[in-house]
Design a protein around this ligand. Structure first.
Ligand code: ASP
Ligand code: MG
Length: 405
């Protein structure tokens, strides 16, 4: 008998019919002689709706009250899922995060898990019941309801799988798994059978968001093997696990696109030691993370600094640059901000293969696509290009590395 954690996201429990579909899926797993812990999100849209209501009443709602409110979405779906299972004759019991002993710190709306006792989950499983756990929520030492940050049900699922030493954790979502590229852009993209935690993290940070990143990091830390698969069909999904030697045979696992980037160019900065430090300190203080950075070679005592930030952070980044100018560092400097797209290739095989960057640049050159910025890590190469070229770039790169089906 295996212990399986099955997590269903918001679209998978989006309405009564879909909740029934989830219950059917769970029943199949139980009938195949498995113990099952189900983790569910709120119905899709519910969390956003609750946030909108809170903000309509108070633009800066108290964070404790916010957690009290947002945890409601998942409590609705655990109860409904239990009822759907009961209607099919499957014994099941719902549990809140607090009842499952998910202890967090007190950072409301973005709490971190400290420990998981599991409450009576093991006892319920041994009594032959399916346990349905509310994702996204926990409780603090003083018994306050906390939530784990947007998309936190993924983390709940991985964490309970680690705590219960489950045999596998299945993340059911509205996509079939992790693909070599977005199938809406590249119709012959291929579903990956397996991928390493690191590749999954790099793909997500490059725009292919299937799961919450903290959940993947947690899985990597505790060695939780998980599978991303669809709740709407029975196709096998993508298994995410520790890197294996054979994974290195594949040079590039996927091409990711992030269209929501802004390029900021700070021109004619005084070219002297400490300028970059001060500029980026000011940006860090504004809680903006910077992605790609390029500084050109100084000329006539002046230098240009170019970097990218997430589009949502543009305003705060601009304010940070203005603050830095206000600190007396300005001289003749000025800055501009434009939309940019970031295209990345990711693969653990890059560690051991050469010529990967050259091939990437050649493929873009042959399509007449201009590269504005480049950044690399051990298993990723990213280029910033004009947004209008982005989808074409993904297609030519996908073809150049022969990633198609
Ligand atoms: N309902 C929460 C959210 O929308 C948690 C989740 O869905 O994972 O962020
Ligand atoms: Mg979700």
């Amino acid at each position: 008998m295996a212990l399986i954690v099955q997590k269903f996201g918001g679209t998978s429990v989006g309405d009564v019919e879909r909740i029934r579909n989830v219950a059917r899926r769970v029943k199949e797993t139980v009938d195949a002689n498995n113990q099952v812990v189900v983790v569910v999100s709120a119905r899709s849209g519910v969390t956003n709706e609750l946030i909108a209501r809170a903000k309509a009443l108070n633009p800066h709602p108290d964070e404790r009250e916010m957690d009290m409110l947002l945890s409601v979405g998942e409590q609705e779906t655990i109860a409904l899922t239990a009822m759907a299972l009961h209607a099919m004759g499957v014994p099941a019991a719902s549990r809140t995060g607090a009842q499952a002993g998910i202890l967090t710190d007190i950072r409301h709306t973005r709490a971190r898990i400290r420990s998981i006792s599991g409450g009576d989950i093991s006892a319920q499983l041994n009594a032959g019941k399916v346990v349905i756990l509310a994702g996204f929520q926990g409780s603090s030492e003083t018994g306050q309801v906390t939530t784990l940050g947007r998309g936190g049900s993924d983390l709940s699922a991985i964490a309970i799988a680690a705590a219960l030493k489950a045999d596998i954790c299945q993340i059911y979502t509205d996509v079939d798994g992790v693909y070599t590229a977005d199938p809406r852009i590249v119709p012959n993209a291929r579903k990956l059978k397996t991928i390493s935690y690191e590749e999954m993290l790099e793909l997500a940070s490059s725009g292919s968001k299937v799961m919450q990143n903290r959940a993947v990091e947690f899985a990597q830390k505790f060695g939780v093997i998980f599978e991303v698969r669809s709740s709407f069909n029975h196709n096998p999904g993508t298994i995410v696990k520790e890197e294996a030697a054979s994974m290195e045979d594949v040079v590039v696992s996927g091409v990711a696109l992030d269209k929501n980037q802004t390029r900021i160019v700070v021109s004619d900065l005084p070219d002297r030691p400490g300028t970059a430090a001060k500029l980026f300190q000011s940006i860090a203080k504004a809680d903006v993370s910077v992605d790609m950075i390029v500084q050109n070679i100084g000329r006539k005592g002046l230098a240009n600094m170019t970097f990218t930030v997430a589009r949502d952070d543009t305003f705060r980044a601009e304010q940070a640059v203005a603050n830095f100018f206000g600190d007396g560092e300005k001289g003749a400097a000025h800055f501009s901000a434009d939309d940019i797209a970031k295209v990345s290739i990711v693969g653990v095989g890059m560690r051991t293969h050469t010529g990967v960057a050259a091939k990437l640049f050649e493929s873009l050159a042959s399509a007449g696509i201009n590269i504005q910025l480049i950044s690399t890590s051990e298993i990723k190469i990213s280029v910033a290009i004009a947004p209008d070229d982005a989808e074409e770039a993904v297609r030519v790169i996908h073809k150049a590395f022969a990633l198609e089906d």
